[in-house]
Design a protein around this ligand. Structure first.
Ligand code: GAL
Length: 811
């Protein structure tokens, strides 16, 4: 007994050291000094940065504004939008100050224990034209702001000393078609490992053979160092070890292991089951490196009968997403990403396209965990420009390296089921473009033989003629539903992907009369109507896509433009000011669903029922006027009542484009009161009902948090939706009250957003107007544990409060 105790005490003392020396050490480099502007000497060791701003990264220097009409103002003709003359475009890139130079500096204290180790400096992205300096010497650069990249800095580092790391970034005007953000907006890390170890982005895990009884997990580990052996333990989702393999047979720099997993649990959006491979590297019996990698076992095929996931036809119910996170800009934040995906889950969405660039690694981790299929995209431009200073400047020199890094960094994510080599690249025209496509697609295939490649194509006639569409693994069509049939016949693949669809525009809670369907409709208040009938000259209303999806097995699914609104590209108001963010989202910039969300939900969410009425019912001044009512529902049939009077029953009509998917009462005359819809099931029994009432005057504020328990890590966020309500608690749908925010306790105010694309109020200031009766406040945890209280006040309104709790990571 005594001996046992002594040994265990000894072990306790020794173990942390053993663990440290055995495992790679990964450190987030979070704390930096920042300067917005040029400073030629900022890379030098003895440069004094005391007056610079202290920042934590991820950081987006431009999101703090102010909005300014002249930032990146462009007098251009947007050819993709069928424009024939150049006009002044404001707001195209969000009107936020992202252009110019920014410098970051930090000190890396490297301990003596790092002597003889390999040390890598990794960036998940840096916006943009990064130049990296270590101890006054340039160690490398990376132009593309969305690319993952790294440097081996073992030789340059001074061990046991402080080392100065400086990063210069520069964003040019006319370099983007949307708000790109600015700065070190994704993680930067230092990885310290033995020189005998897995190479960076090390093991590749695939599952090439799957039956109900058995799956083969193939792990190819790129290693460095002689006489190594790789040992892998596969663990199920509870952490239980279920399979083991040890191998020292090496071909070149690769050790391959084939590990059977019995009765595999397959990964899918509805069952995102993840295994973990604990992969260890030994030399002469000594543990040198170890990595834990999550993976999923799933099998997919693209066929004329559809996309088959684990043998089951699965239509892509997808959305395109830009990378900005609304009011916090592009600075990556896992809580904000998780909220987006939680909202998309409720929508019934099963897929995401990372438009038009590399997704963040955090988003992919969440997609694996929560169950989303991902098209990981690379470029919006190849060699031919869309914007003067876009990727066309870098294509020749960097495209191969950028694609390699995209695949190598993300290949083990089960969520990724397709690569995209580009979006609406003007290279679709001409034979040079076909060669470029061939070249790029082969790089993807070389790096990853398991996934196919698409390009979102908009020049459908051209790509049918010149062979561009025929070369692709997956022909993706952006819009042009009228050409789907012809394209399928012309292309050899036998199927079409709706790589980008709809581009319907709307502003949350805004309705225009008379209700009309059409493209490029504009109004003096620079808003678009939420009757969901307005779109762009190149696009369409959602139903045009629904028909294709529902009537053709060979249409693999759709990726709607877009899931969430984003900063920049304020079509149809590109030529108007103030207008600085998109109208395309089913969900606004604040993360509040627009009506359109429920139209998609009524089709996509097959687990839950949907019954949604529009418009709101506060139309003082419209008494007796025609005010159409639309209902988006998963039911086939419903009856509408206004103040108890039936307005008739509507049933979905298969042969009518609109009435096939929405129930419409076009002749309703407005009278204030109650509007109620009753949905009937197949047996004509009332199955569900919804009602809205004409709200009274704004009286108090209702606060609802997406999460009330936060982690005290200084990064976690709670999103609190604030509604202006009348004395009975009904949302006042036209309220625009100026609200103010105050946070006390273990948290701080981070930002607010109201979803109004024309608002020039800054997100980080603790005051904002409600838009259509609502806005969202973001409260961030600090590293303190305890209670957080948000109070929201507004003139003439009762103040609203909500309490949150912030707890330690491992309570
Ligand atoms: C597409 C393009 C997207 C966005 C969209 C707006 O043509 O791929 O990036 O611009 O149009 O409708």
């Amino acid at each position: 007994m005594k001996t046992y105790k002594t040994i265990s005490c000894l072990l306790i003392l020794i173990l942390p050291h053993l663990l440290f020396s055995q495992k790679r050490d990964i450190e987030d480099i979070k704390t930096w000094k920042f300067f917005k502007g040029e400073n030629k000497d900022a890379y030098k060791i003895d440069f004094n940065d005391a007056s610079w701003q202290d920042v934590q990264i991820p950081h987006d220097w431009a999101i703090y504004g102010p909005f300014n009409k002249d930032i990146d103002k462009q007098i251009v003709k947007i050819e993709q939008n069928n424009e024939e003359v150049a006009t002044e475009k404001t707001g195209r890139t969000g009107s936020l100050p992202f252009i110019g130079t920014g410098w970051y500096r930090t000190v890396l204290s490297i301990p003596e224990s790092a002597e003889g180790k390999q040390i890598l400096l990794t960036f998940d992205g840096a916006m943009s034209n990064a130049e990296v300096f270590l101890n006054g010497k340039k160690i490398g650069n990376r132009p593309y702001g969305y690319s993952y990249f790294y440097f081996d800095i073992s030789k340059e580092l001074k061990i046991g000393e402080d080392n100065l790391l400086a990063v210069r970034l520069e964003n040019e005007s006319q370099s983007s078609r949307w708000y790109p953000g600015a700065g070190l907006y994704r993680k930067v890390q230092l990885i310290t490992k033995d020189t005998v170890s897995f190479k960076h982005w090390g093991p590749t895990i695939t599952t090439p053979y799957i039956t109900g009884e058995m799956a083969k997990v193939e792990i190819k580990s790129k290693v460095q160092g002689k006489n190594v052996r790789v040992e892998t333990t596969i663990k199920d989702s509870t952490g239980k070890a279920i399979a083991f393999n040890s191998n020292s047979q090496r071909f070149g720099d690769e050790v391959e292991q084939n590990i059977p997993v019995e009765e595999p649990n397959l990964w899918s959006p509805s069952h995102p089951y993840l295994y973990t491979a604990e992969i260890k590297l030994f030399k002469d019996g000594e543990l040198k490196d170890s990595q834990e990698m999550r993976f999923g076992i799933r099998e997919f095929k693209y066929t004329p009968e559809g996309f088959k996931l684990n043998g089951k036809v699965t239509k892509f119910k997808g959305v395109c997403l830009h990378h900005d996170l609304g009011p916090i800009g592009t600075a990556i934040n896992k809580a904000a990403l998780k909220r987006q995906l939680t909202i998309l889950k409720d929508l019934g969405c099963n897929a995401i396209r990372s438009a038009h660039n590399m997704p963040s690694l955090e988003q992919l981790e969440l997609a694996d965990e929560m169950g989303f299929l991902v098209i990981a995209e690379s470029f919006d431009e190849w060699k031919k420009p869309k914007v003067k200073n876009g990727y066309n400047q870098h294509f020749d020199e960097w495209a191969e390296k950028d694609v390699e890094n995209l695949v190598r960094a993300t290949k083990n994510h089960p969520s990724i089921i397709m690569w995209s080599a580009g979006n609406e690249v003007p290279d679709q025209w001409g034979s040079e473009g076909v060669k470029r496509l061939h070249w790029l697609q082969e790089i993807f295939h070389r790096e990853d033989p398991t996934r196919p490649v698409t390009v979102g194509m908009d020049q459908v006639k051209a790509v049918m003629e010149n062979g561009f569409g025929a070369v692709l693994d997956i022909p993706g069509l952006n819009y042009r539903v009228h050409l789907y049939e012809e394209a399928r016949e012309s292309f050899p693949q036998g199927f079409i992907l709706g790589s980008e669809t709809a581009s319907t525009v709307s502003s949350r809670g805004i309705y225009k009369f008379p209700v009309k369907k059409g493209h490029d409709i504009t109004y003096p208040d620079l808003q678009s109507s939420s009757y969901d009938l307005e779109y762009c000259s190149w696009s369409n209303i959602p139903e045009e896509d629904f028909v294709q999806q529902d009537d053709h097995d060979w249409v693999l699914g759709e990726f709607v433009w877009t899931g969430f609104d984003y900063l920049g590209e304020p079509t149809p108001y590109d030529n108007y000011w103030p207008s600085r963010s998109s109208y395309f989202g089913m969900i606004d910039l604040a993360g509040i669903p627009k009506d359109r969300y429920y139209l998609y939900r009524s089709r996509w969410n097959t687990e839950d029922e949907t019954l949604h009425i529009l418009p709101h019912w506060n139309w003082a001044g419209r008494e007796g006027e025609v005010t159409p009512v639309f209902v988006y529902t998963s039911y086939n049939k419903a009856e509408l009542f206004i103040n108890g009077k039936s307005q008739g029953i509507r049933i979905k009509q298969k042969d009518s484009l609109l009435e096939r998917y929405r129930l419409m009462w076009n002749e309703v005359l407005y009278e204030p009161g109650t509007i109620k819809v009753v949905a009937y099931d197949e047996n004509d029994k009332p199955a569900m009902e919804k009602e809205i009432v004409t709200a009274g005057k704004p009286h108090h504020l209702k606060l609802e948090a997406d999460r009330t328990n936060l982690t005290a890590n200084g990064e976690d966020l709670s999103f609190i939706t604030v509604s202006v309500v009348d004395k009975d608690g009904n949302v006042c749908p036209t309220a625009t009250n100026q609200l103010s925010f105050k946070v006390d306790g273990a948290g701080k105010y981070r930002a607010a957003s109201n979803g109004d694309p024309t608002s020039l109020e800054m997100f980080h200031l603790p005051t904002m107007k409600a838009f259509s009766g609502k806005l969202v406040v973001l409260v961030q945890s600090t590293t303190d544990v305890g209670e957080i209280e948000l109070s929201v006040s507004g003139k003439g309104l009762q103040t609203g409060n909500i309490k949150l709790q912030s707890k330690t990571i491992n309570p």
